[in-house]
Design a protein around this ligand. Structure first.
Ligand code: ATP
Length: 257
């Protein structure tokens, strides 16, 4: 008998609550993120999408007066446990932001930055990591003859793929993407979407997007958030064709948000 392997869960959030002071930004979120799939988080402005993403790499802790309850299991270990260090987490969970944010350095040094921090000094090894990461981010051909040029000389779309290469250089398992194409033109957007489709063969990707067509095009499962609650999460085809909750239907058909 042929056994079809089900995707494993890489992240599991159980009864997750986040407050910024009095503001209850995430309310009892129970969500499983599957390995080597693309999970899209959608919902209107202020519903808690970015907060959820930033909780997964504990960036949310940078906000003042933040309080978190519940569990976040990454490969079955609770990352909110005080023994789990942020440094350890960030080697496994990389992040790409809305606006491309290369460091004010050369293209090479941007990608080599993470590996150098982790103690890799050997030039040949760094050269290999830089080339492989740029290839995986589908930008090697654009930059291979100008690795020592400043990253700011690249177009916005190229800068975003460079930031993805920088993230891949630390060999993460998970890539968090917070509206990664919202500052890009349609052609660059298409390239990044194609890249996401390729990357999911090896990485688990969680993407926050305002663009519902984008969620429908590139994700396997979609979660809809509203006022800090997760209203529903299901296979993307199902969520967009027959949502279980009326509020999801209203949002995806443009009745609000
Ligand atoms: N650092 C912070 N301090 C206080 N409140 C915050 C902070 N960050 C976010 N919030 C509040 O938490 C709620 C959720 O914000 P969040 O940024 O997660 O929403 P979002 O769905 O990502 O919104 P958008 O689509 O506009 O980016 C909002 O009410 C927001 O004002």
């Amino acid at each position: 008998m042929i056994q079809i392997e089900k995707p494993r869960e890489i992240f599991q959030t159980n009864h997750l609550n986040v407050w910024y002071g009095e503001q209850h930004a995430l309310k009892d979120i129970n969500l499983s993120i599957k390995e080597k799939e693309v999970t899209a988080i959608i919902g209107p402005s202020g519903c808690g999408k970015s907060t959820y993403l930033k909780t997964l790499n504990r960036m949310v802790e940078l906000a003042s007066n933040v309080r978190i309850t519940g569990d976040i299991l990454y490969k079955e270990e609770n990352i909110l446990h005080k023994k789990y260090t942020v440094e350890r987490l960030r080697t496994k969970v990389g992040m790409v932001f809305q606006k491309p944010n290369p460091f004010p350095k050369t293209i090479y040094d941007n990608v080599a930055y993470g590996p150098r921090i982790h103690g890799i000094k050997n030039k040949k090894m760094l050269d290999e990591i830089v080339e492989n990461s740029l290839r995986k981010a589908a930008i090697w051909d654009d930059v291979k003859d100008r690795l020592q040029h400043h990253a700011y000389g690249l177009s916005g779309g190229q800068q975003q793929r460079l930031c993805i290469a920088r993230c891949l250089a630390i060999e993460p398992d998970v890539i968090l993407m917070d509206e990664p194409t919202s500052a890009l033109d349609p052609i660059s957007t298409l390239k990044v979407e194609e890249l996401i489709q390729t990357l999911k063969q090896n990485y688990s990707i969680i993407i926050v997007t305002h663009n519902m067509q984008q969620a429908a095009r590139i994700s396997d499962q979609t979660a809809f958030f509203l006022h800090g609650e997760m209203i529903e999460c299901s296979q993307t085809n199902k969520l967009f064709s027959s949502p279980a909750d009326r509020r999801t239907g209203d949002y995806i058909s443009g009745r609000f948000g």
